[in-house]
Design a protein around this ligand. Structure first.
Ligand code: TYD
Length: 202
């Protein structure tokens, strides 16, 4: 049985979640907690190879969903489940909420397909806590355009991201005990302080 805590960071591209993961993990480690910090798609050598394909190769939307969950299966088997079983905590930059938001919302793959994959790949595993970094599209776009070369998802149109964001917010509304929405339009330091308080209280 899992004893460690499983925490995920989510949000549309450009919301800024990645900036906050390292200090959050550092704050947990400062409390003496063993933390495995990882990401999806990726987190194992094989899943990182799948990430390369997923982020750069055009493919059928079902292929994309299946590969996301194939990468996730490997990630859970090799890294997440063993870490939680040891009592370590796992902090992951994205998990299955991203598949519902991007493949379900963005690409409009029927929800039932994603629910079936979720039941297959991780029937008994859900994050204990999900931090959803939420920003309006215009802010996310502005931040993305300032950053490096855009991957396949980041090159999508505005309506794609509007759908991604609304699925994330719907999922947060359905699971208020699990998902905490972070208003990511605020200055980095304000969000950092909120997360530091949270890391101290978990
Ligand atoms: P991201 O986590 O934003 O990393 P980076 O900051 O290095 O760009 O990139 C991962 C991309 O993969 C992101 O655009 C969302 C997408 N994605 C999905 O479409 N479905 C999924 O299930 C996951 C985990 C990610």
């Amino acid at each position: 049985m899992a004893t460690g805590k499983f925490i995920t960071f989510e949000g549309v591209d450009g919301a800024g979640k990645s900036t906050h993961i390292a200090p959050f993990v550092a704050a947990l480690r400062a409390r003496g907690i063993h933390v495995v910090s990882t990401r999806e798609p990726g987190g194992t050598p094989l899943a990182e190879k799948l990430r390369e394909l997923l982020l750069h190769e055009p493919m059928h939307l079902e292929t994309e969903a299946l590969l996301m969950f194939a990468a996730r299966r490997e990630h859970i088997a090799q890294l997440i489940a063993p870490a939680l079983a040891r009592g370590d905590w796992v902090v992951s930059d994205r998990f299955t909420d991203a598949s519902f938001a991007y493949q379900g919302g963005g690409r409009q793959l029927p929800l039932a397909r994603l629910e079936a994959l979720e039941r297959w790949v991780h029937p008994d595993l859900q994050p204990d806590l999900t931090l959803l970094f939420d920003v309006p599209l215009a802010v996310a776009r502005e931040r993305l355009n300032r950053s490096r070369t855009l991957d396949k998802f980041e090159q999508e149109q505005d309506d794609f991201f509007e759908r991604v964001r609304s699925v994330y917010l719907e999922r947060a509304a359905c699971s208020p005990q699990r998902v905490r929405v972070i208003d990511a339009t605020r200055p980095i330091d304000d969000i950092g302080s909120e997360l530091a308080l949270l890391a101290a209280a978990l």
